[in-house]
Design a binder for this molecule. Structure first.
Ligand SMILES: Nc1ncnc2c1ncn2[C@@H]1O[C@H](COP(=O)(O)OP(=O)(O)OP(=O)(O)O)[C@@H](O)[C@H]1O
Length: 274
């Protein structure tokens, strides 16, 4: 079963948050959504869990009992312990008794939270809280798992733990879609979609996104500042028509370069429309 949205358009007042967006989320796959602030990532995820209604288009998602959602907020209750949070989420889906005990220990072990089982969620680090939210979203082994920036603000060690949990959910058969601000995570996802102002700029595996990228990226003092951006101590510059000066230093663009270059091409006057 492939979940997703077809030709989804969502507007809020005068703002178009999603404009004719189609995304597939197959079973056993992690799909990553990347894009800057206001790109439409949260709107797409909330549309999938039916918290936002489409103006037009179609949502292909299972009913609530087979859907797991980790919202951008913590996803757990501060005044409950770790174990109580998991039990509460499990109870919502009808898990009780031995089945709940087994599932709780399994999740706490996988998320390295066993020793924290009796701590209040309010006393956890940000990374531990996100892992707890993840456990609650997946307690009922949903068919579709929707994660809104699961690793934002999480330390590097917990990010690795979270990625392991996400990858193992997908390996177990779950269709996973997540937004992320970390492009290394997006590169590791089975499929990625780059959103900008409600449009999909590019999509596919990381290799496909690289292969389909047109134009040239150079490093050095930019001759067209509006087509340039900072990368570390350098500036990179995009040449959509492959016409950099002959002396320019050409670089092999990574995902960060590709995301920025394509969004410049969409918004810079006289840019190449994508
Ligand atoms: N409930 C709402 N009411 C009005 N406008 C909204 C609402 N939700 C989102 N928007 C607008 O829709 C656009 C897309 O927002 P969305 O939150 O989906 O983007 P995002 O990619 O998740 O961004 P961020 O990473 O900053 O959260 C933005 O212009 C935002 O201001």
């Amino acid at each position: 079963m492939t979940f997703g949205v077809n030709n989804a358009t969502v507007t809020f007042g005068g703002v178009t948050a999603l404009d004719d967006v189609t995304v597939d989320v197959p079973a056993r796959t992690v799909v990553a959504l990347v894009g800057g602030d206001g790109a439409g990532k949260t709107t797409l995820l909330r549309a999938l869990v039916r918290e936002v209604a489409l103006d037009s288009g179609e949502v292909r998602a299972p009913d609530k009992p087979c859907l797991g959602f980790l919202p951008a907020s913590s996803g757990s209750w501060a005044s409950l312990t770790v174990a109580q949070n998991i039990d509460f989420a499990g109870g919502v889906y009808g898990l009780t008794g031995d089945a709940l005990d087994t599932r709780r220990s399994e999740l706490l072990g996988a998320a390295d939270l066993t020793d924290a089982a009796d701590r209040l969620a309010s006393q956890l680090s940000g990374g531990m809280r996100r892992k707890l939210g993840f456990c609650m979203a997946i307690v009922h082994q949903p068919d579709l798992l929707v994660l809104d920036e699961p690793s934002t603000g999480v330390d590097p060690v917990s990010r690795i733990d979270l990625w392991r949990l996400i990858a193992s959910a997908a390996a177990g058969g779950t269709a996973v879609i997540m937004s992320t601000t970390y492009l290394d995570e997006a590169e590791r996802a089975g499929q990625l979609h780059v959103l900008d102002a409600g449009h999909i700029l590019t999509e596919g595996t990381y290799q496909q996104v690289r292969d389909h990228f047109d134009g040239t990226v150079t490093r050095g003092t930019p001759s067209r500042p509006e087509w340039s951006w900072r990368r570390g101590h350098h500036r990179h510059e995009y040449w959509p028509d492959n016409d950099p000066p002959p002396t320019a230093e050409v670089v092999d663009p990574d995902l960060e370069d590709i995301v920025i270059a394509l969004s410049l091409a969409r918004t810079t006057p006289a840019g190449t429309p994508t």
